[in-house]
Design a protein around this ligand. Structure first.
Ligand SMILES: NC(=O)C1=CN([C@@H]2O[C@H](COP(=O)(O)OP(=O)(O)OC[C@H]3O[C@@H](n4cnc5c(N)ncnc54)[C@H](OP(=O)(O)O)[C@@H]3O)[C@@H](O)[C@H]2O)C=CC1
Ligand SMILES: CC(=O)[C@@H](O)[C@H](O)COP(=O)(O)O
Ligand SMILES: [Mn+2]
Length: 400
C-alpha cells in the first residue's frame, strides 16, 4: 500500500489522479490533499471520499468555507456530525509545502505554476518519490531541483516526459542520440501571425486533443507549454538543447520518442488520456494495469508529423535561449508568461503579446539582473520570479 499526498487535488490532474486511485484502494491510501481554496465544494467531496489525514489550503480564508462544504456534503449523504472524517487543516501560502514534507511514499505535485517550487523541494527533502506534473517547479528551480533529488526520485507525470522515461528503458544513456518532443500544435496550428491577432481566450481554450486546466491550455496554444517541456526534458534527462527536436503531431497519440545511435527510434503511443502517465508515475517502475484504454487498431487512422512553425510560434526558440542561459532565465520566462496568460485571460493584452512580452522580459533580464547557474539559489529564483511577473505586468499595461 503506497501512501499518497496529492497537491492540487481539485484540478485537472488532481481529479484524474483520484479517479485512478478510486478503484484501487487496496494499492493506494491518500494521506493528504491540497488546493488553493478556489473549489471547496469539490475538495469537501474528495475529503469525504478519500479520508485524508491532512488537507492544505493556500488561502487560509477558505477554511471556514471548506468546513461548511464538508458539513453540507455529509448532510447530503445523510450523515450526522461525528459520522464523517474531519482532517487536520494546514493553512496559508506554505501549507502545501508543509504537507509535501510529511514523508508520504509518493507526493504527486499537480499545482499550477511557480507556486509548486517549494512543495517540490520539500517532497524531495522528505525522501518521497516526487510524481511531477508541475513542470514549472523543475524548469525554474533547475539544478536546485535536480540536485536535491536522488537518482529516480523524480518521476514525470507530464505525458511527453513519461514517454521519454518509458522509451529510454530501451537503451543505455550513451546510446541516445536525441529526444523528439511531440507537440499537438494547439488550436491555432497552421495559422499565420496575422490570423492570430484577434483570437480570444475562448478560442485558445479549444485544445484539439486534451482537456486540461486553464494555464496549460493557453500555454499549449502559444506553444509556451512546449518551451517549458523542452527545458523540463533537458533537465530531467541531462540532454543538450541541440539534441532535443520538437515535432508537431496533431493527433497526440505518440507522446514523444527517443532516437538511439543505431538509427532506431522508440516511440510511446496511447490515446490522449493522462490516466496512463499518472498511473505509471504512481507505481514506477511498474505499470498500473488498466490505467487507461490502449490504441484502437480496428479502425483506420493516420498519425502525422510536421515541423514547428517557429516564426508564428516563437515560444520554443525563446525557451531554448532561456534554457541555455540557465540560472534565473527560465524563472523569468515562466513568470512573465504566467503574468501574460492572466492579462490575456482578462482581455488586457492580445494573444501575440504573450510571447512578445515574454521575449522582452527575457532580453532585459539577460542584459541586466541575470544570475548565472553556478550562483543560483532559491532566493535568486524567487526574486527573478517576482521581477518577471512585475515587468510583464508593466509591459502588458503599456500594450493595453
Ligand atoms: N492537465 C493536464 O492534462 C496536464 C497538466 N500538467 C501540469 O500539471 C499542473 C496542473 O495542471 P492542471 O491540473 O491542468 O491545472 P488546474 O488549473 O486544473 O489545477 C490546478 C490545481 O492547483 C491548485 N492550486 C493552484 N494554486 C495553488 C497553490 N498556490 N497552492 C495549492 N494549490 C494550488 C488548484 O486549486 P483550486 O482548485 O483550489 O484553485 C487546483 O487544484 C501544471 O503544472 C500543468 O502544467 C502537465 C501535463 C498535463
Ligand atoms: C497532456 C500533456 O502532457 C500536455 O502537456 C500536452 O502535452 C499539451 O499538449 P501540447 O502542448 O502538445 O498542445
Ligand atoms: Mn505535456
Amino acid at each position: 500500500m503506497r501512501s499518497i499526498v496529492l497537491l492540487g487535488s481539485t484540478g485537472s490532474i488532481g481529479t484524474q489522479t483520484l479517479d485512478v486511485i478510486a478503484s484501487r484502494r487496496d494499492q493506494f491510501r491518500v494521506v493528504g490533499l491540497s488546493a488553493s481554496g478556489g473549489n471547496v465544494d469539490l475538495l469537501a467531496q474528495q475529503v469525504i471520499d478519500f479520508e485524508p489525514e491532512t488537507v492544505a489550503l493556500a488561502r487560509a480564508s477558505a477554511a471556514r468555507d471548506l468546513q461548511r462544504a464538508l458539513y453540507a456534503a455529509a448532510n447530503e449523504r445523510g450523515w450526522a456530525q461525528g459520522e464523517y472524517h474531519l482532517p487536520r487543516l494546514l493553512l496559508g501560502p506554505q501549507a502545501s509545502t508543509q504537507l509535501a514534507g510529511v514523508g508520504a511514499d509518493v507526493v504527486l505535485n499537480a499545482i499550477t505554476g511557480a507556486a509548486g517550487l517549494e512543495p517540490t523541494l520539500a517532497a524531495l527533502a522528505a525522501g518521497s518519490t516526487l510524481a511531477l506534473a508541475n513542470k514549472e517547479s523543475l524548469v525554474i528551480g533547475g539544478h536546485l531541483v535536480t540536485e536535491a533529488a536522488r537518482p529516480g526520485q523524480i518521476v514525470p507525470v507530464d505525458s511527453e516526459h513519461s514517454a521519454f522515461a518509458q522509451a529510454l528503458r530501451s537503451g543505455r544513456a550513451d546510446e541516445v542520440r536525441r529526444l523528439i518532443l511531440t507537440a499537438s500544435g494547439g488550436p491555432f496550428r497552421g495559422r499565420t501571425r496575422e490570423e492570430l491577432v484577434d483570437v480570444t481566450p475562448q478560442q485558445a481554450m479549444a485544445h484539439p486533443t486534451w482537456d486540461m486546466g486553464r494555464v496549460i491550455t493557453i500555454n499549449s496554444a502559444t506553444l509556451v507549454n512546449k518551451g517549458l517541456e523542452l527545458i523540463e526534458a533537458a533537465l530531467l534527462y541531462d540532454v543538450d538543447y541541440d539534441d532535443i527536436t520538437v515535432t508537431v503531431h496533431p493527433q497526440s497519440m505518440v507522446h514523444s520518442m527517443v532516437e538511439f545511435h543505431d538509427g532506431s527510434t522508440i516511440a510511446q503511443a496511447s490515446p490522449p488520456d493522462m490516466r496512463m502517465p499518472i498511473g505509471i508515475a504512481l507505481t514506477w517502475p511498474q505499470r498500473l494495469e488498466g490505467a487507461a484504454r490502449p490504441c484502437d487498431w480496428t479502425t483506420a487512422s493516420t498519425w502525422t508529423f510536421e515541423p514547428l512553425d517557429d516564426d508564428t510560434f516563437p515560444a520554443v526558440q525563446l525557451a531554448r535561449r532561456a534554457g541555455r542561459a540557465a540560472g534565473t532565465a527560465p524563472a523569468v520566462y515562466n513568470a512573465a508568461n504566467e503574468a501574460c496568460v492572466e492579462a490575456f485571460w482578462e482581455g488586457r493584452i492580445g494573444f501575440l503579446d504573450i510571447t512578445r512580452i515574454v521575449g522582452e522580459c527575457l532580453d532585459e533580464h539577460l542584459a541586466d539582473g541575470h544570475v548565472a547557474d553556478a550562483e543560483l539559489t532559491l532566493d535568486a529564483v524567487l526574486a527573478a520570479d517576482r521581477w518577471g511577473r512585475a515587468r510583464a505586468t508593466e509591459l502588458a499595461g503599456a500594450a493595453a
